[in-house]
Ligand binder design. Structure first.
Ligand code: ARG
Ligand code: ZN
Ligand code: CA
Length: 266
């Protein structure tokens, strides 16, 4: 069936005892700014710098809302602050400890984590949906206890405090890391398919590409056509991104309609 899909979200803000507003314990406003960016990007709404007015871009008809009810049925603002008594985390420990100890039922919520990564070069990462019928995805490849998307607190949201407290810094300061990770969460591959020109991302309307683009290049040709560097599933700077294509939208809708732990988010 058609119509707008609104995915309920919980954001787990992982900290080490800092007060709210002291890194990495990001503010409610910073969390809300991230949801706003995702809604601007997935619905192709104006509002986020980088401008979502590219005529090639699709309104995916998928949007996000912080949860209003927690797993126990109590009211919540959808923000779960947890002191896990560690200053920073490796991805192995995030997957082994942080996620399993904080996750809300992944059949009912899209889980997002803001974490201080020990690898400060890492922006974020995601778990693909389980779906044996979708090109490029392995069947049953991810466990329920780690389902969701993670970003470094320093790339989470789009409010630049400019006070040295938070590290949101160009070119990854516009919240597009989570737009990209949620694309993976809904089944999108990188537009270069993580391989050469013959490797597909299973979207006919993203031109073939043989590698990630960085920065904000103009007219870069890798496989006879200009790369779609504005696509959220490339590696370009936040302000350069403004496209999910029609085929990417269709792929995400297939996931929402077929994939375990995605169908129940609608
Ligand atoms: N490297 C990350 C990934 O592959 C995220 C890249 C995000 N890019 C950005 N401009 N924020 O999932
Ligand atoms: Zn990626
Ligand atoms: Ca393609």
């Amino acid at each position: 069936s058609g119509g707008i899909i609104t995915i309920p979200v919980v954001v787990h803000v992982i900290h080490n005892g800092q007060p709210v507003g002291t890194a990495p314990n990001i503010t409610d406003a910073q969390v809300e700014s991230q949801i706003t960016v995702m809604n601007n990007d997935f619905r192709r709404l104006a509002g986020t710098p980088g401008f979502n007015n590219n005529p090639v871009g699709a309104d995916t008809q998928i949007q996000f809302a912080l949860a209003k009810v927690d797993p126990n049925g109590n009211p919540t603002n959808g923000i779960n602050r947890v002191n896990l008594c560690e200053p920073s985390w490796s991805t192995a420990d995030i997957n082994g400890t942080v996620k399993p100890s904080t996750i809300w039922d992944p059949t009912q919520y899209m889980n997002m984590w803001s974490v201080n990564f020990s690898d400060q070069t890492l922006l974020g990462y995601a778990q693909f949906p389980n779906n044996s019928g979708l090109g490029g995805l392995q069947p049953n490849n991810g466990s329920a206890s780690t389902d969701g998307v993670v970003a470094n607190f320093a790339t989470f949201g789009s409010i630049d405090y400019n006070d040295g407290t938070f590290l949101l810094s160009a070119p990854f300061n516009r919240g597009r890391t989570m737009t990209h990770e949620v694309g993976h969460f809904l089944g999108l591959k990188h537009i270069w398919g993580d391989g050469g020109c013959g490797v597909d991302d299973f979207c006919a309307d993203t031109p073939a590409s043989d590698a990630a683009n960085y920065d904000c290049p103009t007219g870069h040709i890798s496989c006879t056509t200009v790369d779609m560097i504005e696509n959220y599933m490339d590696y370009t700077d936040d302000i350069c991104m403004n496209i999910f294509t029609q085929n990417q939208k269709e792929r995400m809708i297939v996931v929402m309609n077929n994939s375990p732990r995605r169908t129940t988010l609608k």
